[in-house]
Design a protein around this ligand. Structure first.
Ligand SMILES: [Zn+2]
Length: 310
């Protein structure tokens, strides 16, 4: 996609380190010079990554070095503001230094250029949570859910930070006793919560993670395959699954969703005869908005009753 000579520059920086280690400073400088000619911003980004990770020196020295790296990378980002990777890396480093105000500034600058950059939104949401800006965090997380409903980090944030039913701010955790923003009862004190997903989500986005899990479990898929699954995945065509395996998935869906999964409705879908489309599985789940349950861990859609639920 982007051609900023990343691979060549990584090799040149490797060569630079090796030459420097061998005491050949001419060769070391030559490699750096060559890299700088190719793309100075990429070189700076690569050098920053390595310097930030370096564990050489005392804790004070490491800390000072990281501060210097961040300051320099900040300059690079400002000078080449369209290089999203510079903003992303900067935000990530600032987060690791617990400079969350800095994360907000870096992500804002990056998002100005690339408004739907998922990693930037995730870091922004996290920083807002750290800064206890739970209302802004809720807005950011809703945006995350909208642009990347099945992203692992987004799923994890949604799970760990339910929203307040009164003001829709996020709770700091599922154990929170009250809402920081409005004082409403929190999940840790038995208060009911809303899900961030609820406010911006279609049935497909809502059910997809769970249906994906059902399919993955039924077919014992390795994680790397599971991650390739989308609403448009056809099990036979794309994943080379047999009729028998598709039948297995249908049975697993009925087990998971009980009467809410309308197997007949599913079979009546044209594609259902020929192949198994993930979106069709979800289409066949009956759920009126009113019966969607919310729990302390996020969204629950209607299922068989849990035997132990009080
Ligand atoms: Zn509240």
């Amino acid at each position: 996609m982007s051609d900023f000579h990343e691979e060549t520059i990584i090799q040149l920086v490797d060569r630079h380190s090796q030459a420097a280690m061998l005491g050949d400073s001419d060769a070391a400088q030559a490699s750096l010079h060559e890299a700088r000619e190719l793309d100075p911003a990429t070189l700076e980004i690569e050098l920053a990554k390595r310097a930030f990770l370096s564990e050489l020196g005392t804790p004070e020295e490491i800390s000072e070095r990281r501060q210097r790296v961040v300051a320099r990378l900040g300059g690079v980002a400002v000078a080449a503001p369209d290089r999203i990777e510079a903003w992303r890396l900067l935000a990530e480093m600032l987060g690791r230094l617990h400079n969350y105000e800095g994360v907000l500034r870096a992500t804002a600058s990056g998002l100005k250029r690339e408004p739907n950059h998922v990693a930037l939104w995730v870091m922004r949401s996290t920083a807002q949570i750290e800064l206890q800006q739970f209302d802004s965090a809720a807005r950011s997380l809703r945006h995350c859910v909208k642009i990347a409903p099945t992203n692992n980090q987004v799923e994890s944030l949604v799970r760990h930070h339910p929203a307040c039913r009164a003001c829709y701010s996020l709770f700091p955790s599922v154990e929170a006793k009250e809402c920081t923003m409005c004082g409403a009862l929190g999940p840790g004190a038995g208060g009911k919560v809303a899900s961030v997903r609820m406010r911006s989500h279609s049935k497909f986005d809502l059910y997809f993670p769970r249906v994906r899990q059902v399919v993955a479990d039924a077919l014992q898929m390795p994680a790397r395959i599971v991650n390739l699954m989308t609403l448009d995945t056809l099990l036979k065509r794309h994943f080379k699954r047999t009729n028998q395996q598709c039948a297995l998935v249908l049975r697993a869906m009925s087990r998971e969703f009980g009467a809410s999964f309308d197997a007949e409705l599913f079979r009546s879908a044209v594609v259902g005869y020929l192949d198994l489309l993930i979106a069709d599985l979800i289409r066949a789940i009956k759920a009126e908005d009113g019966v969607i349950e919310e729990t302390d861990t996020g969204i629950r859609v209607p299922v068989k009753r849990k035997p132990s639920s009080a």
